[in-house]
Design a protein around this ligand. Structure first.
Ligand code: URA
Length: 239
């Protein structure tokens, strides 16, 4: 990767501002001042700006277990942003992959990889997302069939078929492959149910498992590669 590209992807702004940094002799590779903006860096090189080591956080995906009361936006509004739950160093470059309602909990992905982000949220790639859902009155088996076909949920929006698995009287698992605004709440609402609790437990091939509420972790290399594959991408696409 080029030195200017590396710095740009790691929070130092546009190629133009990065060029300034380099020409002002503020950037070193393995303790040596580098003035060539196109200098090729390789794995293991230590890059510093003003003496501070720059950790490569490009092409990164974080998984967070979103608690209730946080919003899926980059800045605080009426409620705090979920970005408050990750360290500042990530904030400049990472973006949320889709949204969860402020009262929904569970798996939310955050990445700087724009192409991956766009594909994971595009209905064209049919990435499935599974949620635990609790409703306000008795779940009927006939809902399984009803959810498994397109449903008009208002405002001209028709859902793709959703898979409903009833767990007990009030609890179910629901899997959808798109992310329309309030999709699950509107789907249940159509059949006169209120959603009392919604918790996303999987996103494509990834599972929340035992990640504690409010905590985040970086995907492992294997998970990252599997996630790329899910939307027809390879690691080589981003070198
Ligand atoms: N569907 C909803 O209604 N809310 C969410 O947060 C996610 C899916």
């Amino acid at each position: 990767m080029r030195l200017d590209g590396f710095l740009s992807k790691n929070g130092f702004g546009s190629r133009k501002s990065v060029k300034k940094l380099i020409l002002n002799k503020r950037v070193k590779v393995n303790s040596e001042v580098i003035l060539d903006v196109g200098y090729k860096i390789i794995d293991g090189d230590v890059i510093t700006v003003d003496g501070n080591v720059i950790k490569d956080i490009s092409n990164i995906v974080l998984m967070i277990n979103k608690p209730e009361g946080y919003i899926s936006s980059l800045i605080d509004e009426r409620y705090p942003s979920v970005m408050n739950l990750i360290p500042d160093v990530y904030r400049k470059t990472l973006r949320l992959v889709g949204r969860l309602d402020y009262d929904t909990t569970g798996l939310l992905l955050i990445t700087d990889n724009g192409i991956l982000n766009q594909r994971l949220t595009s209905p064209k790639y049919h990435v499935s997302k599974t949620y635990e859902v609790k409703v306000n009155h008795l779940l009927k088996n006939e809902l399984i069939e009803k959810f498994n076909q397109p449903n008009d949920i208002g405002k001209g929006e028709i859902t793709k078929p959703a898979k409903l698995e009833i767990v007990d009287d009030y609890n179910a698992l629901i899997t959808i492959t798109e992310g329309k605004y309030h999709e699950i709440k509107r789907l249940f609402g159509k059949y006169n149910y209120d959603v009392i609790k919604l918790n996303r437990i999987s996103f494509g091939p990834l599972f929340l498992n035992d990640l504690p509420l409010g905590k985040y972790r970086e995907l492992t290399k294997d998970e990252y590669i599997i996630l790329l594959k899910e939307v027809n991408l390879n690691e080589e696409d981003f070198i």
